[in-house]
Design a protein around this ligand. Structure first.
Ligand code: PEP
Length: 252
């Protein structure tokens, strides 16, 4: 059966000392409390090694926010999947809308990134979601289906079973404007049907589909109560331990 997961996406925030302090705080909050979901923090590349040294990964998973579409070589400034793996991290966010929007990531580069992440034992948290204009035109399902089909449906069922999906309507990211729980459920159910059509009902039922976009302690419980919403990918609210833990506790 699929897992419930709350994953933080710190984006380009915190210095290394600040990030280590935040990771320690989350780790301590989890030390004497058993969450009803898996908890993961995805941090900047510079933070992976030091954060790895201060958390108990049995309770708090660690991930990167991206990885390169090549294994190694003359790609100045890039960080590869084997490099991420060598830090001790086990997750990687791929296809975040900010990467698609500002760094030109396409389904083609994402196919390569997904393949390398899986080859090096990293669990991709793969982001999909429409922009406001697409929702206003009513084409959000087509957009999301294309993103999934073009970047992921070359995988076999065993490989696909290792992917976590995060539905993040771009109009809800960092805007304070959350999708309603009904809007999220409608899309998550559509995504699950899309997976079922390609890989069958079992693979679809086993896939964790997270919601992302202005999720906070005050709205997490309503979103997570929906049958096809299996947790959240949390940006802004993951930068404060109390807010992040408030979202984790929405599963209690
Ligand atoms: C994100 O960027 O993945 C995200 C969900 O951001 P926020 O929670 O800040 O909207």
């Amino acid at each position: 059966m699929r897992k419930n997961i709350v994953a933080g996406n710190w984006k380009m925030n915190t210095t290394v000392p600040e990030g280590v302090a935040l990771a320690k705080e989350v780790n301590e909050a989890l030390a004497n409390y058993t969450p009803k979901c898996d908890v993961v923090i995805c941090v900047p590349f510079t933070h992976l090694c030091p954060v790895c040294g201060v958390i108990d990964q049995a309770k708090l998973g660690l991930g990167a926010e991206n990885c390169a579409d090549h294994k190694s070589g003359a790609y100045t400034g890039e960080v590869s999947a084997p490099m991420v793996q060598s830090t001790g991290a086990t997750y990687v966010i791929l296809g975040h809308s900010e990467r698609r929007q500002y760094y030109g990531e396409t389904s083609e580069t994402l196919r390569a990134k997904v393949a390398l992440a899986l080859e090096y034992g990293l669990t991709p948290i793969f982001c999909i979601g429409e922009v406001l204009e697409e929702r206003e035109k009513g084409i959000q399902e087509d957009v999301v289906r294309d993103q999934i089909v073009n970047a992921l449906f070359q995988l076999d069922a065993e490989q696909f079973g290792k992917i976590i999906l995060a539905y993040e309507p771009v109009w809800a990211i960092g805007t304070g404007k959350t999708a309603t729980a009904d809007q999220a459920e409608e899309m998550h159910a559509f995504i699950r049907r899309t997976i079922a059509d390609r890989y069958g009902e079992k693979v679809a039922q086993d896939c964790s589909i997270l919601y992302g976009g202005s999720c906070k302690p005050s709205n997490a419980a309503e979103l997570f109560a929906k049958p096809d919403v299996d947790g959240g990918l949390i940006g802004g609210a993951s930068l404060k331990c109390a807010d992040f833990m408030g979202i984790v506790k929405a599963f209690d």
